[in-house]
Design a protein around this ligand. Structure first.
Ligand SMILES: [Zn+2]
Length: 76
């Protein structure tokens, strides 16, 4: 019984270690690379700037996102 518990514990720890390691890797979709100035910025920041890079490059906005912005601007 005790041995089984220890094995379960070790497996859990390994799972946590693997998780942390995965989080360190740059996940696709979280970062945006500007094709103009080649800068890599977090997608979050990029979206906060309405998909416009600090160099002034406008990224193509998916239709849904575009309408979201439109509706935001037309809230009267
Ligand atoms: Zn740029």
């Amino acid at each position: 019984m005790a041995k089984e518990n220890a094995g379960w514990f070790t497996r859990t720890e390994q799972g946590i270690i693997t998780d942390t390691k995965d989080k360190k890797e740059i996940k696709e979709g979280l970062w945006y690379k500007c094709p103009e100035c080649k800068k890599i910025i977090p997608t979050e920041d990029h979206e906060a700037n309405l998909n416009v890079c600090e160099c002034g490059y406008h990224a193509r906005i998916p239709a849904v996102k575009y309408f979201e912005i439109l509706f935001d601007n037309n809230k009267y």
